[in-house]
Design a protein around this ligand. Structure first.
Ligand SMILES: Cc1ncc(COP(=O)(O)O)c(C=O)c1O
Length: 406
């Protein structure tokens, strides 16, 4: 069978990443990998999850192993609704849809909102998983320039005049840049959303992992306040996850939105997977309730703050002049910019030979730029490995600046 000729036309937009193939090599134990977006596994609350499994199975085993509703476990939806409600916005559990990771939330949003040729405004660089999830729709991604305070509002306004379908933003401790949209820009942004009547997807996996300053107010809440409402019926679809604050292996994410949006997403999710794993929802609820998650996040923030600081200090020490990097206030990533003649995609193979890995930045950029950038994760390796890995990268960069890899 000639399968290549049988695939749907839209699959032409899907491609297996060559970088992924190289990154498979980073599974070797002696490679220090800053490539994945992985939390530190040594801090997974394994005992607490073990207890939660026991409770879920002993007290509610029949329900935990049964099919359940597409919307998700009522108690978990209530818990999320209460946690996200604040003085600006009151969220009802009906406004919450549990998804299989926030990645599924993004995928479902694409299914129900996007048509071929739609113009989507994104930060540049932006989250690769969104680009790949939505690319099959044949979109016109329109990049907004960004700086350390997130997307530039002055550059955004003329783009809003070009009738975009929606904006996609990772407002806090962004992946891959590590930058954060300032509160002042958030306030200006929600005014523009109202003025132009454009929806926005707020993808916020990292907002609570804040190491400098306070967690920033959500665009979601600011939009409601700007509209003078207290319900999630404004312009924003909010996407969240337990992956970075608890465990990505549980695959529990959520979308919070106005009821008509949730209703459509439920229809799409029904055909995608009927519902998210019932047992995993029960476990997540049992682990998260009773204030455990708050304590756990506070601990993660201490550990990750130290790792970020170790990485920043090591970079200042080992990286050669001409290389710059972002200084994130939270999250898991920072972005390094090498001199323009250094192609980091070519450099990766050499890096892996020297037993260190990163993700080249080009794929995160929707404007074809970023070839001289790469993303580093600072949560997964311990401080000693971070120091050693950055030293290796520093040596590599010194060589690459003098003699670029071709
Ligand atoms: C910005 C962003 N959105 C969504 C996701 C997907 O996370 P998950 O599906 O594990 O919730 C990630 C994962 O790295 C991310 O960085």
């Amino acid at each position: 069978m000639q399968w290549d000729q049988r695939f749907a036309v839209r699959t032409a937009h899907m491609k297996r990443s060559t970088i992924r193939e190289i990154l498979k090599l980073t599974a070797q134990p002696d490679v220090i990998s800053f490539a994945g977006g992985l939390p530190a596994p040594e801090f997974f609350p394994i005992q607490r999850v073990q207890q939660a499994v026991d409770v879920a199975l002993s007290e509610r085993g029949q329900a935990a192993l049964q099919y359940s509703t597409t919307e998700g476990m009522p108690e978990l939806r209530e818990w999320i609704a209460a946690r996200l409600s604040n003085e600006q916005i009151t969220i009802h559990p009906d406004n919450v849809l549990i998804t299989t990771g926030s990645q599924q939330g993004l995928d479902l949003i694409g299914r129900v909102l996007l048509d071929e040729g739609d113009r989507i405004i994104v930060e540049n660089p932006t989250y690769l998983g969104m680009i790949t999830a939505w690319r099959p729709y044949g979109l016109d991604y329109v990049p907004v320039p960004t700086d350390a305070d997130g997307l530039l509002i002055d550059a955004l306004e003329p783009l809003l005049e070009r009738n975009p379908k929606l904006l996609y933003v990772v407002p806090s401790f962004q992946n891959p840049g590590g930058f954060t949209l300032s509160v002042e820009r958030r306030e200006r942004l929600v005014k523009l959303l109202a003025q132009y009547g454009v929806p926005l997807v707020e993808d916020n996996p990292y907002g609570e992992l804040c190491y400098t300053g306070k967690p920033r107010p959500s665009i979601f809440g600011l939009d409601a306040r700007n509209l003078g409402i207290t319900t999630p019926d404004g312009h924003v679809i909010y996407v969240g996850t337990f992956s970075k604050v608890l465990s990505p292996g549980l695959r529990i994410g959520y979308v919070v939105a106005s009821l008509p949006v949730i209703d459509k997403l439920v229809q799409a999710k029904q055909s995608a997977d009927l519902h998210t794993s019932t047992l995993d929802q029960f476990i997540t609820y049992e682990v998260a309730r009773d204030g455990f998650l708050e304590q756990h996040v506070a601990h993660l923030c201490e550990v990750y703050r130290e790792r970020r600081d170790v990485m920043l200090a090591a970079m200042a020490h080992y990286f050669p002049p001409g290389v710059t990097w972002s200084k994130p206030d939270g999250g898991l990533f920072l972005l390094v910019t090498a001199p323009p003649h250094v192609d980091t995609t070519l450099l990766l193979a050499e890096a892996v030979e020297r037993k260190v890995a990163f993700v080249p930045g080009a794929d995160f950029h929707v404007d074809g730029g970023g070839q001289n950038t790469f993303r580093l994760n600072f949560s997964n390796a311990n401080p000693e490995l971070i120091e050693a890995g950055i030293q290796r990268l520093g040596d590599l960069l010194k060589d690459a600046i003098v003699q670029p890899v071709h």
